[in-house]
Design a protein around this ligand. Sequence first.
Ligand code: GUN
Length: 293
Amino acid sequence: MPAVIMDGKSLGMKIRLNLKGKTELLQKKGITPCLAVILVGEDPASVSYVKSKGKALVEAGMKSRDIKLPFNTQEDELLSIINDLNNDKNTHGILVQMPLPKQINEENIINAINPDKDVDCFHPVSVGNMVIGRQGFLPCTPHGVILLLREYNIPLSGSNVVIVGRSNIVGKPLLNILIHKENNATVTLCHTGTRDLSYHTQRADILIVAAGKPSLIKPEIVKEGAVVIDVGINRVSDTSSPKGYRLCGDVDEAVIEKASFFSPVPGGVGPMTIAMLLQNVLEAAERSITSFK
Ligand code: GUN
């Protein structure tokens, strides 16, 4: 029997509707959650992500403060903008779309964002709080993956979870969240230095792939009945599509025949990431009430 397709689009919409209700309550107290979204340059994928984020914010009754900067922006200019946003009490979250042009050091930019406004959870303080399970923002994509697994009642406690990919945005934070006591999973993280990838993937009850390599995971290396979450977003050329490309994940679609549950690309984790971003913006705005009093 083919896998149950995990519908991140519907769950993401449901969460966003709920957030809209909470935003309206906050607006009655005179606060409109506001996220500053900074885009440097015109990388097509980044332009498209920023547009989706802005649209989702507005639909939820929040404010998107779009700051578009030219590709040749210097690091000190960006740092100065971030400093202003850090001090602006009407801006609750700051998101600098990555990647940045190479004259700007991403680490310096991340370090400059006030952790109270770090809705991406990229700042070392936010990451530290997440690792030790202290209150704070959770990173959007990993949090989205966890909620998607919970929605489909996938047991995490005691499960063997294998993550493929060690990025700071997905692999590393996901590993940390999954080993928190409330999730209680046993986690293996595979990366480009892993000697025998299939040895690990074949033992996964839950396989989460965020490697950025189209069709990396074929059915032969997936255990029968496994839960497979595809987090990869790759643009592959497709002359039959009007855009000249299509989006695909890191998992070969034939895995559907072997998995029990499958989160596809598009329509799986992507929409969950946006919902979690809005949740963090709302949380930042709610917290600002107490911190600015
Ligand atoms: N680039 C790709 N994904 C992300 C993300 O989640 N946040 C930011 N700031 N940049 C990204």
